[in-house]
Design a protein around this ligand. Structure first.
Ligand code: ZN
Length: 292
């Protein structure tokens, strides 16, 4: 008696699975979480340890990471690595994080920073709390890497962190399928990556920002991540054509002078350094070594 019922149940579940698209069992997902693009965060104090509202916003940050994890689990993820990608890299609250994930904290001192932990075993990368590149009009807390960088371009494309982080994922043939942050970073992600699911949790108005309610933001992140992972075939790893030409514009003479000492770096302007390589990870290492 129980066997036919059991078989019927399996059949119904299979139908539900098919209606959702491909079977995603066993997905391995990488989630990099920055803080400037978290709902409600509008100034440096909000995202700095010791800031008056920092403890509140690190909870919001952890909840937004959880929304992404829940979306991934709903789409069939069985392995999830969360990379704390902001400031000290010690912001996400381990106890509050969904237990079906592992959390990577602190900086290894290697070159991958916000993408540390990424390798070819992952099926998809997801960015939460991201922000636009330095100098973006109406970007909320826009900057690129450390405060030293005015601009970084690779093969003529000016890159937010989203761009060169996607290039690192692409090096391992892993597509970036979802980006959440302010509207400016969502626009930049779509411009660079082409097909990518985005959720703008806020929109900058000068130095202010109009925010979604945090619950609404979480709902949209959860749904967006699930949708993206259910349509994984629609996303391509981000790659550019070799040779890769990195042009880095820094802010001070001290930075430029030191950056030019990196092996292979050339000073190509008052504020500009150039580095060329056929290996994308060599370019990333050079970027890290030159910008400091
Ligand atoms: Zn950050």
């Amino acid at each position: 008696m129980w066997k036919p019922i059991f078989r019927g149940l399996i059949f119904v579940l299979t139908l539900i699975g098919t209606a959702h698209g491909q079977s995603n069992d066993g997905l391995k997902v990488f989630i990099s979480v920055d803080m400037e693009g978290i709902t409600g965060v509008v100034n440096v104090d909000d995202a700095t340890r010791g800031g008056k509202d920092y403890d509140y916003f690190r909870q919001t940050m952890t909840r937004e990471a959880n929304a992404a994890i829940e979306g991934a689990l709903a789409a069939g993820a069985t392995e999830i690595v969360v990379r704390d990608s902001h400031g000290s890299a010690l912001n996400l609250l381990p106890e509050m994080l969904n237990r079906n994930s592992k959390l990577l904290r602190d900086w290894s001192q290697g070159p991958m920073f916000m993408m540390e932990g990424m390798d070819a075993s992952f099926d998809a990368a997801i960015y939460i709390g991201y922000h636009a590149r330095a100098g973006t009009p109406n970007g909320v807390l826009d900057h690129t890497s450390s405060g030293n960088v005015t601009d970084v371009s690779i093969n003529g494309l000016s890159m937010p962190e989203t761009g060169y982080n996607a290039l690192m994922a692409g090096h391992f043939d892993v597509p970036v399928v979802f980006v959440a942050g302010d509207k400016a970073v969502c626009d930049q992600a779509e411009e660079l990556l082409g097909n990518v699911e985005t959720v703008a949790v806020k929109e900058g108005i000068g130095a202010a920002a109009l925010n979604l309610h945090p619950e609404v933001a979480r709902e949209q992140i959860r749904e967006g991540v699930e949708r993206a992972l259910n349509n994984l075939d629609d996303y391509k790893p981000y790659k550019l054509r070799a040779p890769y030409t990195l042009v880095l514009t820094l802010k001070t003479e001290q930075n430029i002078y030191r950056g030019a000492l990196y092996p292979g770096a050339k000073r190509t302007g008052d504020w500009e350094l150039t580095f060329v390589s056929d290996d994308v990870m060599e370019v990333i290492k050079a970027y890290v070594g030159m910008r400091r």
